[in-house]
Design a protein around this ligand. Structure first.
Ligand SMILES: Cc1cc2nc3c(=O)[nH]c(=O)nc-3n(C[C@H](O)[C@H](O)[C@H](O)COP(=O)(O)OP(=O)(O)OC[C@H]3O[C@@H](n4cnc5c(N)ncnc54)[C@H](O)[C@@H]3O)c2cc1C
Ligand SMILES: Cc1cc2nc3c(=O)[nH]c(=O)nc-3n(C[C@H](O)[C@H](O)[C@H](O)COP(=O)(O)O)c2cc1C
Ligand code: SF4
Length: 651
């Protein structure tokens, strides 16, 4: 008897049976090569399919030459068909249904072919806030041509053997722009009344049916609430869905929220840890109350019990789990086997998944760097000759190194000088709205426990201990520590470091300046923490914006919180000096002074200092010694965990 009986019920969608209610919604992996399905992409999806997910929707495929940028999956030519065939065959091997997404962004065209900005097209000339595009209104001929390309793209997906096709009308993309009366200001048959605004979608659906036939499943993904003043509102969307359902040509509705057209809309595209788990489920309920076709929902579902509750309570018929599968490909298997506590739950940090994607790199996960690198790391080779491995430092990097070395059959001992594993991640979780970051530690600790790795806490490793232990290999993950920069006037000023503030060991008084050298989570979080306690806070950043190095959705939300709290942000400065009531900065380019007065305390979040003393003492160990993570170069948990994986794979 499964612990999640509703989740593991099959479901009929159109003529397709899906073996359970968990699916992986479309997500751009950046694993396509030349716009086509690649070996890497197949391997990525296969890891999830073989673990038992019922359905995978492939990432958006561009449908028309007006938006088919290099590097995006595309169905604009027949070249796509062999790759789709391979994806479909992969799905059949694992009894997993595979769908494709047909996509045109309309006005919110984001990519570039060659660094130049491409022209965008939309129903009407209404600019967007986020990309600053001013779209050219589509002519009727262009609309007909677009519709015909949907037909051709659908035909290719059907020829490739996919089980279904999803039309992207979500997130403020082209189809939703036609539906939205504020964006569609046309006076022809495609604008005005609801009937007219629905015309484009109806013609696309008819074309898709013509191209792909009546057997194949066809559904629509739509943001029922675009979470933006200009965006579609739930009442408008539901009215449109009722009308479309009445036409009888679609098989399901896949519901989401958000738009890419505005900063506020982006917060819900890939909702970060500030959004409650499964928070969009009530939107599914609203749609389900109005329609009879199967309804799917996604958004911060990170655990099977949340998905089970959504299905059991009738909020949706299927639940999408994207980042939950990026973080743990075995989500479905562990749920089916009643082992939810073994799931490496996504913590909503948005760093290596969408963070990579937005930088143009293949997606991965800070907790599970094997993701996106399946061909290299998913199946781990056993070590030819098991070795005695000493891992020094129980932060994220050391924990991952110990896990992977143990998975490969080595005899591993992990040493941590503090009482608890976690390193800096234990501090990271203390920042406001960041408690879920601690899940990184919980998840890694659970993996150590499952593998039975020997862990020695409260044990500081010295060169003598290493010599006495005599390991075959040492992974050094001793991390980094804060340092106060040597600035002018230091002896007169009241200066504390950021870690002391987080640990509650510093009294900052009533007016603080936070010096943020890294422009990352710490400056943002400290400013918020202190302002919430009633302190006047100025956040001085050595960057162009506070949180410059933080994934945009996380940063934009945090900056909004600072705005509400009245925190003053001073960008483009470097710290110069301080005295008893002032802090002196220099503008980074003009060199002009920027002086902040009436300061009780300077809170310093400066460059960390590598904990490399032991590394120097162990030099003689040569190739048997590997440095990883912050002790190699202070960066983030992502690099520490990735380097832990690589170091352990090399032993
Ligand atoms: C407040 C804060 C917020 C952050 N937020 C984020 C974030 O949102 N995202 C992100 O990716 N990164 C974040 N970081 C950075 C991230 O936590 C670090 O980059 C990461 O923890 C580095 O991992 P590590 O394993 O290399 O080192 P550490 O985490 O520093 O761990 C090193 C460990 O080694 C132990 N140790 C040291 N010497 C010895 C010894 N001789 N013997 C035994 N044990 C020893 C230490 O006690 C420590 O536990 C944040 C950091 C801080 C401080
Ligand atoms: C890296 C990444 C790329 C995405 N690309 C797409 C996409 O191609 N098509 C789409 O419909 N949604 C896309 N999304 C949104 C997801 O389908 C999903 O709605 C969102 O991640 C919320 O679900 P989650 O909380 O389970 O991750 C993407 C999400 C991520 C993380
Ligand atoms: S990088 Fe962060 S948000 Fe993305 S899948 Fe991993 S844990 Fe989740």
């Amino acid at each position: 008897m499964t612990r999640f009986p509703h989740l593991f019920q099959p479901i009929e969608i159109g003529r397709m049976t899906v073996k359970n209610r968990i699916f992986v919604p479309g997500h751009n992996t950046a694993l396509s090569v030349e716009g086509l399905v690649s070996d890497e992409m197949i391997a990525y999806h296969e890891a999830r399919a073989e673990a038992g997910v019922g359905m995978i929707t492939m990432e958006v495929s561009t449908v028309h030459p007006s938006y088919a940028p290099h590097g995006r999956l595309s169905v604009v030519t027949d070249d796509c068909i062999p790759g789709l065939e391979r994806m479909a065959a992969m799905g059949r091997r694992h009894d997993c249904r595979v769908l494709g997404q047909l996509f045109h962004p309309g006005r919110v065209a984001a990519a570039s072919e060659d660094g130049s900005v491409m022209a965008s097209y939309a129903p009407s000339e209404v600019p967007d806030e986020f990309y600053k595009n001013v779209p050219a209104p589509l002519t009727t001929d262009q609309i007909r041509d677009l519709v015909d390309h949907y037909r051709r793209g659908a035909a290719r997906m059907a020829e490739g053997g996919l089980d279904g096709i999803e039309l992207i009308s979500s997130m403020g993309y082209l189809i939703s722009q036609f539906l939205n009366p504020r964006l569609n200001q046309r006076t022809d048959e495609f604008g005005g009344s609801l009937e007219n605004r629905l015309r484009f979608l109806r013609e696309v659906i008819a074309a898709v049916r013509k191209g792909a036939g009546d057997e194949i499943v066809v559904g629509i993904r739509i943001s029922a609430d675009e979470m933006d003043g200009e965006g579609l509102q739930p009442g408008e969307t539901i009215e449109a869905l009722e009308a479309i359902e009445a036409d009888g040509r679609l098989d399901y509705f896949n519901i989401i929220a958000s738009t890419t057209a505005s900063y506020a809309g982006w917060l819900h595209i890939i909702p970060s840890m500030v959004m409650p788990n499964a928070y969009l489920a009530p939107l599914g309920r609203q749609v389900k109350d109005a329609v009879t076709l199967p309804v799917m929902i996604a958004g911060r579902v990170t655990q099977p019990h949340e998905a089970e509750r959504i299905i059991a309570s009738g909020q949706a018929d299927m639940v999408g789990v994207v980042r939950g599968h990026i973080a743990d490909p075995e989500f479905a298997r562990k749920a089916r086997e009643g082992r939810p506590e073994d799931i490496r739950a996504c913590i909503g940090c948005n760093q290596a998944c969408i963070g990579h994607r937005l930088k143009g790199f293949p997606i991965s996960c800070i907790q599970h760097p094997e993701t996106g690198r399946e061909l290299q790391y998913y199946r781990k080779s056993r070590a030819d000759a098991p070795k005695r491995v000493m891992v020094v430092g129980g932060g994220p990097g050391g924990m991952k190194a110990a896990i992977v070395a143990a998975q490969r059959g080595h005899d591993v001992t992990l040493y941590e000088k503090e009482a608890r594993l976690g390193g800096q991640a234990l501090l990271a979780q203390l920042l406001p709205d960041r408690s879920e970051f601690g899940g990184l530690v919980t998840n890694l600790a659970r993996e150590l426990e499952i593998l039975g790795v020997s862990v020695r806490t409260r044990t500081e490793v010295t060169a003598d201990l290493v010599a006495a232990t005599g390991p075959d290999a040492i992974v050094l993950a001793t991390g980094a520590e804060p340092q106060i920069p040597a600035i002018e006037g230091l002896e007169e000023a009241h200066v504390v470091d950021s870690w002391a503030v987080l640990r509650g060991e510093a009294n900052v008084g009533r007016s603080a300046v936070v010096w943020d050298w890294r422009s990352d989570w710490v400056g943002l979080g400290l400013a918020q923490l202190l302002a919430q306690s009633g302190c006047r806070v100025r956040l001085a950043v050595n960057g162009i914006v506070a949180g410059e190095r933080v994934p945009s959705m996380v940063r934009d939300y945090a900056v909004g919180e600072l705005h509400k709290l009245g925190v003053e942000i001073v960008p483009y400065v470097r710290l110069f000096g301080a005295d008893e009531d002032s802090v002196y900065f220099q503008h980074v380019t003009s060199g002009e002074p920027v002086i902040l007065d009436e300061v009780d305390t300077l809170v310093s979040h400066h460059a960390l200092r590598r904990n490399a003393g032991l590394a120097e003492e162990l030099n003689a160990w040569g190739e048997r010694l590997t440095l990883i993570g912050d002790c190699l170069g202070p960066r983030t948990a992502e690099e520490a965990v990735l380097e832990g994986l690589k170091a352990a794979m090399a032993i």
